[in-house]
Design a protein around this ligand. Structure first.
Ligand code: PMP
Ligand code: GLN
Length: 390
């Protein structure tokens, strides 16, 4: 009998922190500001289109790269928002969420022992995808600067590149910190990719959730269009995280490589949701602006409440998330703090130290999701106030 049948390269990975914390919230009846999913539905036009598609019998395998109308809608969206041109036939691939696009890109493009430069804290599936490929992660640490924004040391980034670097895996707007990488930072990252002839895989699932500053797709920077796989997902933009409709865009040789792997992971998914996401992508700009403004209001609401409850709140410029320092409340370890939070006051948050290799850099930081109804945020804050009340 095997002690642990799991392959060695996956043994460092337990249950994801999101599943653990959502289960804890359910078990304890806590307000769940852990896992990032909205508690309201996305645009009704999109939901109706999915119902229609099911009734119209669009329930069998869609084509491998995704249905043509969705690929066309993705290409149009890329052009209209980011001035990026992709051919829907060959440069656009529909995937089972951004998660599959990331996994397929890493598995398709990295040989064993190749190095992948990423920023920590990193989204948990990055580390797992890199491990599955037998590649090696080279994280560069984001640290809170004097103004409460996360920053990295450019020399640390330069030093992370070497002869084995194959890929940069970049997430902006960034989960869990809420950082939106600046033009200067992205220009440096792009110039290192060009200098070292490295592929960029950019996770832009929060592309429409920037509250301060602007989203800059790396693919649009000099020398990057033909070395970048740009990834996004309907889950965040249209509040349908359970649909798992994502996509990857890039030059044909890279997308063809990613497709070769993707076809053996899920082959295809979300037949009836694909036409619905095509409808959603065609919504007027007012939809995107209204969604962003609503989330900005929620960010402000939760941040004010967290500060009031005694946390030191870091700056979130985008995404669904804000991080906070637990030190002023006597916390020293985010994992312990988050595990005891339901019992202490009935709220769930996520410790961000689990997203670092340099655990000490994130030990005192936790993440709250603000993609929730205002009354849910208010209830969470009312409960969290008990922490400083004694
Ligand atoms: N990347 C980041 C940064 C995320 O926060 C998430 C969670 N939605 C994903 C990827 C996964 O996206 P999807 O649900 O579309 O697979
Ligand atoms: N992206 C979501 C978050 O960061 C969680 C997705 C998941 O549970 N894998 O909270």
């Amino acid at each position: 009998m095997l002690m642990d049948p799991l392959v060695a390269r996956m043994r460092p990975f337990g249950t994801t922190i999101f599943a653990e914390m959502s289960a804890l919230a359910t078990r304890t009846g806590s307000v769940n500001l852990g896992q990032g999913f909205p508690d309201t539905d996305g645009p009704p036009e999109m939901l109706e289109a999915a119902v229609r598609a099911i009734r119209d019998g669009r329930n069998q395998y869609p084509p491998g790269p995704g249905i043509p109308e969705l690929r066309a809608a993705i290409a149009t969206h890329q052009r209209e928002f980011w001035n990026l041109d992709y051919d829907p036939d060959g440069e656009v691939l529909v995937t089972a969420g951004a998660t599959e696009a990331i996994a397929a890109a890493v598995l398709a493009l990295c040989e064993p022992d190749d190095e992948v430069v990423c920023f920590e804290p990193y989204y948990d599936s990055y580390a797992a995808s890199i491990a599955l490929a037998g590649a090696v992660r080279r994280p560069v640490t984001l640290r809170p600067g004097p103004a409460g924004d996360y920053e990295f040391d450019p020399d640390e980034l330069r030093a992370a590149f070497g002869p084995r670097t194959r890929m940069v895996l970049l997430n902006s707007p960034h989960n869990p910190t809420g950082k939106v990488f600046t033009a200067d930072e992205l220009t440096l990252i792009a110039s290192l990719c060009v200098e070292h002839d490295v592929v960029a895989v950019t996770d832009e699932v929060y592309e429409h959730l920037v509250f301060d500053g602007a989203h800059i797709p790396v693919a649009g920077l000099p020398g990057m269009r033909d070395r970048t796989v740009q990834i996004s997902s309907a889950g965040k933009t249209f509040s349908c995280t359970g649909w798992k409709v994502g996509w990857a865009c890039g030059p044909a040789p890279l997308i063809s490589a990613v497709t070769r792997v993707k076809q053996f992971l899920t082959y295809v998914n979300a037949g009836p949701q694909q036409p619905a996401v095509a409808v959603a992508l065609g919504l007027p700009r007012s939809y995107y602006e209204g969604f962003r403004d609503s989330l900005r209001g929620k960010r402000d609401r939760l941040c004010a409440g967290l500060a009031d409850a005694g946390f030191e709140v870091l700056h979130s410029a985008g995404t669904y998330f804000v991080t906070a320092d637990i030190t002023p409340l006597g916390g020293t370890d985010g994992v312990e703090f988050c595990r005891s939070l339901p019992e202490r006051c009935g709220v769930v948050a996520v410790p961000t130290q689990v997203f670092y290799d340099s655990v000490d850099a994130g030990r005192h930081l936790i993440r709250f999701a603000f993609c929730k109804r205002d009354e849910v945020l208010d209830e969470a804050v009312a409960r969290l106030r008990k922490l400083s009340a004694g």
